[in-house]
Structures are given as structure tokens and as C-alpha cells.
Design a protein. Structure first.
Length: 339
């Protein structure tokens, strides 16, 4: 599916830091003695969006929808199958060697698991200071001072720099990962579910820290998560993914007050409201069945096997994502007349 319109905010005049156009990432399925190619897992299948400088774009959806793969493909941890990733005027998909290495200074990633993303054999000083050494930014006392500055920035005691990851809690480890991501003054940080592995009491602290750093340093985030309440708190705009595709994208307030896609409506109906009177009157939308396999997606609309509003066209024609209101994009045949 090719995007018919640019999925960006019509009122945001800030520089576009990241533009993703029709991004695809397929993982080949090979079988037999000769490893014959028999199909593909379509993890990301035609994703497009823009991210403006200083904003946070939330990327949400249930497990297996392709959120993390999208983030890793943007940063070239996975090689894209097709599409364009334009970062600060450079097509990330075409960069190689030293050119790719240099542009990676400006785009960093915070990983989901703070236990697995830090080398247990390296001290905090080595972990946070490694980017400074690799890119020849600082050495000796200058490097030590910069590591101390970064640890203070994320709320850790600089005296901890000689300790090792196993001596820290999950929240502290995620702060160490954030300090490492900030070492080279990036323009964009991909946050891959950075709070999902943390205790609830710590999650808010990490999100508040991300917001404070964004305001202080002018950072731009792509915030990948499945916690819709936390995404609402931190994001300016939200893109909802289902089975490798974006089904709805708009600003935060519009999405939560007026969701248009049946999948978005079902997701939001599951978010509890802290008012017992309102909660009792809410209509909960229960989706039947399981998420289809990305190796064998349904014909037509990907959501047709679970959609409570499905009709004949949904089984035959894949819906394009169209602008149904200024800055509000949706891929659903029910909304065709609104475009």
C-alpha cells in the first residue's frame, strides 16, 4: 500500500527530523535441505509517518504488530526490505560504511530490557563513555568529566561510574542506557518500550525524566509502547499499528477523544478510567480471535478477521490510509466518505 497523503501535522511548521515513506521489513521463510524461499514474515508492511523536531510520536499496538521492528529498521539494526527512511536529509536505507557510522551519532535507541542491553562485564564508565571513545569525541579526563555530567543529567550519582550493571536496579539501569544514548548529543532517540520491564512505581519517574530532558535538550522521540495511558501522557501525536501497518495517526487529544478506526476504538475501550461512575457506563469492545500471522495476512483489510464492523469490501480491497480531517489519517473503508 502506498501512502496517498503525507502523514504529518498541517499546523506544525517545525523541521521534519525523520520522514518514513512506505517502509517494509520482510523476514524470509526458507525450508528444505536447500533452504528454498517459500514466503515472508511481513513484520512491517508499508509504514509512513513524519516526526518534527522537538515532538514525541507515540507508536502503539498490541504485541506482534511490528512496532519494535519499525524502530530497529529505522536505525538500520535491521536492513529495510523496501521504502525510504529520510533522517536529516539523508536516506538511511542507502548509507553504507563511514557515512552510516557518522549519521548514527545523531540517532540513538533506548532498548526495552535494561538487563540485556548493558554489557555485564563493562563498568558504567565504560558503557556510557564508549560512544565518546568510538567517535573520538573525548578522551582521558575530558571523557571522565563528560560521563559524570551525563550521569548527573539522568539523575545518577557520578560516583557510581566504576560500578557494574548488576549493582543497579532496573530503573537505574534504564537511566544508564539513557545516559549512553545522550552521550553524542543525538537529534532523535527511538524509545523501544523503555518502561515495560520496570515496576509501575518507577515507570512514571523514567517518563518524567524523558520529558524533562526533551525540554532541556530539545530532543525528538519516537516512543514505542503498548501502554496507552503512558503514551497519552508523553506523546504529541500517536500512530496506531496493526499487523505491520499504521491504521490511524493523529494528534494525541483527537485520538483519545474521537478515535475513528474500529481497532483504535477497541484498544481505547480497554483503558481503565479512574472514575467509577464513568467506568461503569463505558462500553467495552471485545475483539474476537487472535492476531493473524504476519506470514499469512488476510486478503483485503488486515483487521477483517476481528473487526466488529466488517463488511464485504473489507475482505477484497485493502484500504488506503487517507486524511479524514486536518492531520487525522485513517485506513478504513467505513471512513471513505469522510476523506
Amino acid at each position: 500500500m502506498t501512502m496517498a497523503v503525507p502523514t504529518t501535522s498541517p499546523t506544525d511548521t517545525r523541521e521534519v527530523v525523520l520522514r518514513v515513506e512506505n517502509l517494509k521489513k520482510y523476514f524470509p521463510i526458507n525450508r528444505g535441505i536447500f533452504q528454498r524461499h517459500v514466503g515472508d514474515v511481513k513484520a512491517v508492511d508499508g509504514v509512513s509517518f513524519d516526526v518534527h523536531r522537538g515532538e514525541t510520536l507515540g507508536l502503539v499496538g498490541e504485541s506482534g504488530c511490528g512496532k519494535t521492528t519499525t524502530g530497529r529498521t529505522i536505525i538500520r539494526l535491521y536492513e529495510p526490505t523496501a521504502g525510504r527512511v529520510d533522517f536529516l536529509g539523508h536516506d538511511m536505507a542507502l548509507l553504507k560504511g563511514e557515512a552510516l557510522r557518522q549519521i548514527r551519532q545523531k540517532i540513538q535507541m533506548i532498548f526495552q530490557d535494561p538487563y540485556a542491553s548493558l554489557n555485564p562485564r563493562m563498568s558504567v564508565f565504560s558503557i556510557v563513555g564508549e560512544p565518546l571513545e568510538v567517535f573520538h569525541v573525548a578522551a582521558g579526563e575530558e571523557r571522565k568529566d563528560r560521563v559524570a555530567e551525563l550521569l548527573e543529567l539522568v539523575g545518577l550519582n557520578p560516583d557510581f561510574m566504576r560500578r557494574y550493571p548488576h549493582e543497579f536496579s532496573g530503573g537505574q539501569r534504564q537511566r544508564i542506557g539513557l545516559a549512553r544514548a545522550l552521550a553524542l548529543n543525538p537529534d532523535l532517540i527511538i524509545c523501544d518500550e523503555p518502561i515495560s520491564a520496570l515496576d509501575v512505581s518507577i515507570q512514571a519517574q523514567v517518563v518524567n525524566l524523558l520529558e524533562d530532558l526533551q525540554e532541556k535538550l530539545g530532543l525528538t522521540y519516537v516512543f514505542i509502547a503498548h501502554d496507552l495511558s503512558m503514551v497519552r501522557h508523553i506523546s504529541n501525536r500517536v500512530a496506531v499499528m496493526y499487523l505491520g501497518k499504521i491504521v490511524e495517526l493523529t494528534d494525541r487529544d483527537t485520538l483519545y477523544s474521537n478515535p475513528q478506526h474500529p481497532y483504535t476504538q477497541a484498544l481505547l475501550s480497554a483503558v481503565p478510567v479512574p472514575d467509577p461512575v464513568v467506568e461503569e457506563k463505558r462500553h467495552r469492545i471485545i475483539l474476537e480471535g487472535d492476531l493473524p500471522s504476519p506470514a499469512n495476512p488476510p486478503k483485503g483489510c488486515n483487521f477483517n478477521t476481528r473487526c466488529p464492523k466488517v463488511f464485504d469490501t473489507c475482505f477484497e480491497v485493502e484500504p488506503d490510509i487517507v486524511e479524514i480531517a486536518p492531520g487525522h489519517f485513517c485506513a478504513c473503508h467505513l471512513l471513505k466518505g469522510k476523506a
